[in-house]
Design a protein. Structure first.
Length: 247
């Protein structure tokens, strides 16, 4: 029987899973995709597949975990809400792992509507590193088929989604990160983009490498800022586990 359930898929979630494994703490890690599962350290029990609140609640009750940790992506607002609701339903403690912020460069947008307004105030070519979840909303960018380059994970399903939404697939960069400053510069050169769009992804999400690439290449940076939330840092959660779960 596992003591801890981690909802992961992030760098912080993987580091926490590795810490628990090294300490001999029985832990399950839930990730949404096979890609997320492949990144986890050997010896960690992995639960792969997306779950809604009732499914999460049933899992927590069935496995009788003593602690749930939400280490999902800072922008995965729906997943965090589902995890919180499931823990409330099951009557179990839930800790939210918060990613450390970076200093934000250039212009910022608090939401996608504001971001699209900023992009529509210009006719410049754009390189989006927001990922596939933003594809549908970005079709609201004026002349998006001619102006918008997209960087996404290599996946035929994602490429088909781009086709279905009307993107020019010659302007889709399918590569897997993390990306160095040099790789980001190469993608800016390939696209000829004058604007680089990114999330406030923190150091572990490669934000500083993108910011440095934009500075060197001379592109404007627009950052979709992180939703405000409360929680604990990775070190703080490790401290809690050390006090309460270490053998």
């Amino acid at each position: 029987m596992s003591e801890i359930l981690i909802f992961g898929g992030t760098t912080e979630g993987r580091r926490l899973a590795e810490y628990c494994k090294n300490c001999g703490i029985s832990t399950d890690v839930s990730v949404a995709t096979e890609y997320g599962a492949a990144l986890l350290p050997d010896g960690v029990r992995v639960l792969c597949g997306r779950m809604d609140t009732p499914q999460m609640t049933a899992l927590i009750l069935e496995k009788n975990y003593s602690l749930v940790i939400d280490a999902t992506h800072p922008y995965a607002v729906e997943a965090t809400a589902n995890i919180r609701a499931a823990c409330e339903n099951a009557g179990i403690r839930c800790l939210r792992l918060i990613r450390t912020s970076s200093d934000v460069c250039g212009k910022t947008a608090e939401n996608m509507n504001e971001l699209i307004r900023l992009l529509n105030s210009s006719d410049d070519t754009v390189l989006s590193t927001l990922g596939s979840k933003a594809l549908a909303q970005l079709t609201s960018v004026r002349n998006y088929r001619e102006r918008l380059w997209i960087r996404v994970l290599p996946s035929e399903g994602i490429l088909q989604q781009c086709r279905d939404l009307g993107y020019d697939t010659e302007m889709v960069i399918q590569e897997r990160g993390p990306f160095t400053t040099e790789q980001n510069i190469a993608h800016l050169k390939k696209s000829g983009a004058k604007i680089l769009v990114t999330k406030e992804s923190g150091e572990t999400g490669g934000y500083s490498e993108k910011a440095e690439a934009a500075r060197i290449y001379g592109a404007e940076m627009i950052t979709l800022t992180r939703p405000a939330e409360q929680g604990c840092s990775l070190d703080e959660i490790i401290g809690i586990i050390e006090r309460e779960h270490s053998k």
